[in-house]
Design a protein. Structure first.
Length: 203
């Protein structure tokens, strides 16, 4: 299933209450994520500074006290410091939020309440699928290692699209790609690329 990154992913957490921020931090294992900042307002997100050169993942629990989080997400999606934005949206607002942010590939919206495993796996997928994220060090496998890493990133991006557009979990998205690869006698990367082209053209 989901492969862990060889280095922990830097994360910014934004949620209105301290308990909410602590809960979100608990959903993101320290072996995979490193919380760089935990703040309570959109303005605090905008002022945040990060010592690491590695792009940061933003996890935002909507709404924030000073705004819903939609306009903030749009800003972060164009900020090179961020490799992706994971929004946790109230169920009653999720369709409106999806419609407003549909064209932003680096933003994924999960409807609350979202399972701990879904938050973790989606956060990992966002980090893994971002092309400008710092490349993992390739071992002595050379070209084979680079190809494996490229395959992982393409499949991760396709899984994200399935989560966004079909509301699948990471596990369901994995099975979807795996089954289509078997049914069509194709490699999983080829199926993933086909899904990416489909959603880019019609999504």
């Amino acid at each position: 299933m989901m492969q862990n990154c060889s280095e922990s992913v830097p994360v910014l957490i934004a949620a209105a209450g301290e308990r909410g921020r602590a809960a979100l931090a608990g959903f993101l294992p320290e072996t995979e994520f490193s919380v760089m900042a935990s703040v309570g307002t959109a303005e605090a997100v905008r002022r945040a500074e990060f010592p690491s050169a590695q792009p940061v993942l933003a996890v935002i629990n909507m709404p924030l006290p000073d705004e819903s989080g939609v306009s903030l997400s749009m800003e972060l999606a164009s900020d090179r410091r961020f490799c992706g934005i994971l929004l946790l949206s109230p169920a009653e607002d999720s369709e409106k939020t999806q419609a407003a942010l549909r064209s932003y590939e680096r933003i994924v919206i999960l409807k609350k309440p979202a399972a701990r495993s879904l938050i973790r796996s989606t956060a990992l997928l966002l980090a893994a699928s971002e092309e400008d994220r710092r490349t993992d060090t390739v071992s002595s496998d050379g070209a084979a290692g680079q190809e494996k890493e490229a395959n992982r990133r393409v499949i991760a991006r396709a899984k994200l699209l399935l989560i966004r557009h079909m509301q699948l979990t990471e596990e369901q998205a994995h099975r979807y790609i795996e089954k289509n690869a078997m049914d069509l006698c194709m490699k999983q990367r080829d199926v993933a690329e086909m899904l990416i082209r489909t959603y880019e053209n019609f999504g």
